[in-house]
Design a protein around this ligand. Structure first.
Ligand code: TYD
Length: 213
């Protein structure tokens, strides 16, 4: 895969507490050092409207369909305003979560109908080139019990972070299903190691795929 001729779309996934955030910044830095222009963004969010929807989704009680619709509405705005223009410019787009999180959290965690999620995915992510999806998805894999221990030392939990371990076991299953359906897109990164070891795994996987020079 050429990383200079066209845009590159990389998403970061994993249950809360898996520790993806520091690696997003490090990867952005590395791509920039290699002369790539980087767009660093997140979901839900990435535009003023989508950030407003994020605040609602993370803090307000709502039924599962409303939650799914708001997440996809945020994604639609984010794709149109930020992701598609950035890819058209040839940027590397590093996105903290994307649609796999919807299948994992709303589908796996909440038990919402994944057939409906698939329909929304096709409506929202249609582009002239077909279904817009990440080129590579980095999945930080961590036992939900270890993630829960990490989170218990963190800040005030939002609507998802306050869920019990069983919820995150279902979220994990949701990610597992997405990974099995698109194994060529997913890179699994064991996240129960030191930060340095996680980074080394990530970097070497991206070099092997030709994504990093
Ligand atoms: P997260 O990405 O973990 O950000 P922070 O590090 O600031 O907490 O938080 C986003 C939360 O939103 C996370 O708990 C997963 C949830 N989420 C969904 O439920 N569905 C989605 O489609 C996305 C993108 C996120």
């Amino acid at each position: 895969m050429s990383t200079t001729a066209r845009g590159l779309f990389v998403s970061f996934e994993g249950i809360d507490g898996a520790g993806k955030s520091t690696h997003i910044d490090a990867l952005a830095h590395l791509f920039a050092q290699q002369g790539r222009r980087v767009t660093l963004t997140r979901e839900p969010g990435g535009t003023p409207l989508a950030e407003t929807l994020r605040t609602l989704v993370l803090n307000e009680a709502m039924d599962p369909l409303t939650e799914a619709l708001l997440v996809f509405a945020a994604r639609r705005d984010h794709l149109q305003q930020v992701i598609e223009p950035a890819l058209a410019r040839g940027d590397v787009v590093l996105c903290d979560r994307f649609t796999d999180a919807t299948f994992a959290y709303q589908g796996g965690g909440r038990g919402f109908d994944t057939a409906v999620l698939s329909q929304l995915e096709h409506w929202v992510q249609q582009s002239p080139q077909g279904l817009r999806e990440p080129d590579v998805t980095l999945w930080f894999v961590l036992d939900p019990r270890i993630a829960a221990e990490r989170l218990s030392q963190a800040r005030v939990p939002d609507r998802f972070e306050s869920q019990p371990v069983t919820f995150f076991q279902q979220v994990h299953q949701g990610y597992q299903g997405r990974c099995e359906a698109a194994p060529q897109r997913f890179v699994q990164i064991p996240a129960d190691q030191s930060r340095e070891a996680v980074w080394a795994t990530l970097e070497s996987a991206l070099r092997t795929r030709g994504v990093l020079a």
